[in-house]
Each structure stands twice: as C-alpha cells, then as structure tokens.
Write a protein that binds this ligand. Structure first.
Ligand code: GH3
Ligand code: MG
Ligand code: MG
Length: 306
C-alpha cells in the first residue's frame, strides 16, 4: 500500500503543486486548506506524513502540529515557512516538527528527499517496535506450544496472589502431567510426541476460560491458574479435562493414540500462603495421583504445607 501524505496549505497553487508532485512519486495525497480541516482529515485518514504551511487561516501550522502531537501520534510533520519566518520554523521544530522547508519551494528534490527520509524513519521505527514486541513475546512463551513458559509463571502468580488478597477471591493452581509420555515418544517418535504436546495445549485452552492462564511448566507438564475459582468449580474443570482427554484421539501422519492426564490441585489462599506453597502442594498432589494409578486427580486435604 502506498504511503499516505496529508498536505495542508491555504494556497491552492501549492496544494496542487505538491499533490501532483507527490502523486507522481507514487504517494496517496490528501490536501486541505487550513489547520482545522487538516486535523479532521488527519484523524480520519491516518496519513503516514503531514506537510503543512505555517501561515493559514482558522488554525495555523503550529497549532495543527500541536494538535497532532497531542494525540500521541508518531506521524512526522514537515512545515513550510517563508524565508522571512525562520523563527517560526524553529518554534515548530521545538514542538516536534520533523523538518522545515523554505517557501517558495524551488528545489523540489529537496522536498522529496525530506519526505523519503521521514517515511523511511517511520518505517524503521514501526519495524523496530514490532521486533521488540516479538522479542518480549518470545521471552515469555514456549515456542513449541505457544503457551506461557515457566519463567513467566512467577510474574503471573504474584499478580494473581496480589489480586486474590485485595479482592478476597480464591484461585486454584492445577498441575497436569501426561501419563507415560515417554512411551509415546518411544513408540511413535519424538515428532509425534511434539504433536501431542501442541494438541494438548489447544485442548486445555479449549476447556478452560479465557481468563485462566496456561503455562508449559515442564516437558509434558502443564500448570493452569484458574482465576476467581473455588474448589467445586475447579473440580468441575478437572473432571471435564480428564474425561475429555480420555476420549480424545491424537492423530497425525498415520499415527494415532489416546493419552491420559494426572492432576494435582491446590486452593489459594485457603491451603497455602504464598506462591511456592500453592505450587508445592499442587505438585505433591499430582505425585499422589501418579502413585495411585494415574488418569486421576488429587485435591484431598494435605495437612502440612511445605
Ligand atoms: P509419568 O506417567 O510418570 O509422567 O511418565 P512419563 O513417561 O510421562 O514421564 P517421564 O518424566 O518419565 O518422561 C517424560 C518424557 O517427556 C521424557 C521426555 O523425553 C519427554 N519430553 C519432554 N519434553 C519434550 C518435548 O518437547 N517433546 C517431546 N516429544 N518429548 C518431550
Ligand atoms: Mg508424564
Ligand atoms: Mg513429567
């Protein structure tokens, strides 16, 4: 998509000249005759760059510049000023203008160069921002399943604990571990094992609420924070997960299998006083579920909190 440029000038000749010139360079151009109309168009058309005259009726270029900057926009503004008015140009630069050009516009290639520089800078900034966002995402997500990783659990859990204390709400930590997963790798290969992990992540996502948070806690171990949840609702979720997975066929590339889960759960703040307490308890209960035959959950009272 071509970049969009908004030209604001009260002189029809200049509007026409710039529109023609920028159009022929491949840009989409909107033209307005004063700062007020310019700002309207800015808001509705979301241009990538603004070129504005300074001396204009209704609202001048400096006011338009301030209006644009006050929206928090990172769109650059190039101002056009008369030779006798460099003071105003400096004032515009102080207020965040990207560049200024002197009228009459004799060297049009100087203008085009400034436009290209501003748009390239914006393009680079957008890409950088996207990259930073992707890196921040990578730091907290598990690449195989797309679930949150172990590292992110610490932050989420302390937030959840703070919320729970503040609003006197309970939450539940669920730990789920795939039974005999090693056998799946051994029988069907590691790639199929990966497929089962990915599919399991989607299955869990589909069976908890959007507000619950799921982590890949270890190799074939998942941790779920059931937010705003008491014991009986947690039991319903656990039973739904166990039953659902029991009857779910994992099928890919000619292999198919069923798997089961073992789970342990713990309730905050009733059963533990901090993050390691609630995780430790859920983990010990998961271990008990494994010990007592797998494909089950453990949410029984354990009197001692480690
Ligand atoms: P249990 O019922 O006691 O949980 O037995 P298990 O076989 O599930 O548990 P164990 O801890 O013995 O084995 C876990 C296996 O998970 C071993 C490991 O190779 C596998 N694993 C861990 N991460 C991944 C992964 O990213 N991809 C695949 N395919 N396998 C993984
Ligand atoms: Mg396992
Ligand atoms: Mg395990």
């Amino acid at each position: 998509m071509p970049d969009k440029i908004l030209v604001v000038d009260d002189e029809a000749d200049i509007r026409q000249l710039l529109s023609h010139l920028l159009n022929s360079e491949g840009y989409t151009v909107f033209a307005e005759e004063d700062g007020a109309k310019g700002f309207e168009t800015f808001r509705h058309r979301s241009p990538d760059l603004v070129i504005t005259d300074v001396k204009m009726p209704v609202r001048n270029g400096l006011e338009l510049l301030k209006d644009i900057k006050s929206t928090g926009s990172d769109v650059d503004v190039i101002v056009l000023t008369g030779h006798s008015d460099e003071g105003t140009a400096i004032e515009c630069l102080r207020n965040g203008a990207y560049d200024y050009l002197l009228k009459p516009l004799e060297e049009l290639d100087v203008l085009i160069a400034s436009v290209q520089r501003a748009l390239q800078k914006r393009d680079l900034e957008t890409k950088n921002l996207q990259l930073v966002k992707e890196m921040a995402e990578m730091a907290i997500k598990d690449p195989l399943t797309g679930l949150y990783n172990h590292r992110h659990l610490h932050n989420c859990l302390s937030d959840e604990i703070a919320r729970s204390m503040r609003y006197q709400h309970q939450f539940v930590i669920l730990m789920a571990d795939i039974d005999h997963f090693k056998q799946i790798n051994d029988t069907y290969g590691h790639l199929f094992g990966d497929f089962v992990l990915k599919r399991m992540a989607r299955f869990i996502e589909d069976n908890v609420r959007l507000t619950d948070t799921i982590f890949r806690y270890g190799g074939e171990e998942f941790l779920i924070i059931l937010t705003e949840t008491g014991k009986s609702m947690a039991l319903t979720v656990v039973e739904r997960l166990l039953e659902g997975i029991r009857t779910h066929e994992f099928s890919c590339d000619g292999h198919k299998t069923n798997v089961t889960l073992s789970m342990g759960a713990a309730l905050f703040p009733d059963e533990a006083k901090d993050a390691s307490g609630v995780i430790g308890l859920a983990d010990r209960r998961l271990y008990r579920a494994k010990q007592s035959g797998r494909d089950k959950f453990d949410f029984e009272e354990i009197k001692t909190e480690g």
